[in-house]
Design a binder for this molecule. Structure first.
Ligand SMILES: [Mg+2]
Length: 363
């Protein structure tokens, strides 16, 4: 089989919060690149990437240029294709635009492999689970007014979620007010809901320890990104100071920085972002590295594809259901009672929605 061409489309989705129709969070990611890799046997693989903001058109061009480089290659040889892409990018990366551009191509190659073998990718990668637990993300955020927290949390529980995430580091609030917000949510959902908190790298090390040590009794499932992503020692200090598990990793690119994260014991739970990892192939290497360090892994964004990875890996524990990409797909998988069923169709079991480019395309 040979790759004959690739097509890259920029799509933009409306600002929305579809889980419980909560007010959408500002700064949400809504621009993505939908990528199709064509082959001479008529099999087409799909991939997705994003980030870059105003640089997204440059990312689109980068994917297209890598597509030219790999035309004629065998799609069943992802490591060979990756080596050609790395060589073509010539020391631009690892990390940043180069890695984000490699992601949708590697992803599409796994989709092609699944379709060629008539098997779901989840089984090609390990086939451990048929359903995966998913948590609700993005509906209970730092812009949710304090008096709306309890009803918003109730709405998620009523929707069947037993695992939910919120945020701290709310601009303009004192630590005492921040702490009060978390206690309101815990009181609203009771002790048996897994409640997680994302700081999004907004605090310093001492600040994080100072504030978070005052809510250890809330019994949070994890505290995510309490300080900047590559302060491995600072994260390790926070992890050592608190009983609550620390989750980190979503902003790391490629595989090498994860070795730093794990060697320093900077976190208790490793979060992997498919776009920044560079595709399915490096994602699986990071998950394997974490397994060797006796650490669980969780996913970041793009749940429709991540579900096939979380399903495959023994140390994966939880899928983030952040529904920013659901409009990309025809019949997108959606969690029911806090679980997402793993697609069983060949490849990722996904097709781009028929109206994706006509309704959401950006030129
Ligand atoms: Mg996060």
């Amino acid at each position: 089989m040979k790759i004959t061409s690739i097509k890259v489309n920029h799509v933009r989705f409306p600002v929305e919060e579809p889980i419980v129709n909560a007010p959408p969070m500002p700064m949400m990611q809504r621009d993505f690149l939908a990528v199709r890799v064509m082959t001479d046997e008529g099999i087409e693989g799909i991939g997705v990437t994003g980030f870059g903001g105003r640089l997204l058109p440059a990312l689109k061009l980068a994917v297209e240029l890598l597509g030219e480089v790999i035309t004629g290659e065998d799609p069943l040889r992802p490591e060979l294709v990756a080596s050609k892409m790395r060589a073509a990018a010539s020391h631009c990366g690892p990390g940043g635009l180069a890695t984000l551009a490699m992601t949708p191509i590697d992803t599409a190659l796994w989709d092609i492999r699944g379709k060629a073998l008539n098997q779901p990718v989840s089984r090609l990668l390990g086939g451990l689970r048929d359903k995966v637990p998913a948590y609700a993300s993005g509906a209970l955020v730092r812009t949710t007014p304090t008096d709306k927290l309890a009803p918003a949390a109730h709405a998620l529980v009523k929707k069947g979620y037993t695992q939910i995430k919120t945020q701290m580091a709310v601009p303009g609030l004192t630590p005492a007010q921040e702490i009060e917000r978390i206690r309101i949510i815990r009181d609203a959902v009771g002790p048996n809901v897994n409640l997680m908190v994302d700081i999004n790298e907004r605090w310093g090390v001492a600040e994080a320890i100072g504030i978070l040590s005052r809510i250890e009794d809330v019994g949070l499932g994890w505290i995510e990104d309490p300080t900047v992503a590559n302060d491995y020692k600072g994260l390790a200090e926070i992890a050592a100071a608190l009983h609550t598990p620390i989750c980190a990793g979503e902003r790391l690119y490629d595989i090498a920085p994860f070795q730093e994260l794990m060697t320093h014991r900077s976190c208790d739970i490793v979060m992997i972002d498919l776009f920044r990892a560079g595709g399915i192939t490096p994602w699986m290497k990071i998950a394997g590295m974490a397994e060797a360090f006796n650490l669980p892994v969780v996913s970041h964004l793009i749940p429709e594809i991540h579900v096939s990875l979380i399903a495959a890996v023994p140390n994966a524990t939880l899928l983030e259901y952040m529904p920013w990409t659901w409009r990309m797909f025809e019949n997108p998988p959606i969690p029911v009672n806090g679980e997402m069923t793993v697609p069983t169709g060949p490849g990722f079991g996904l097709n781009f929605a028929p109206d994706l480019f006509t309704t959401y395309g950006v030129n």
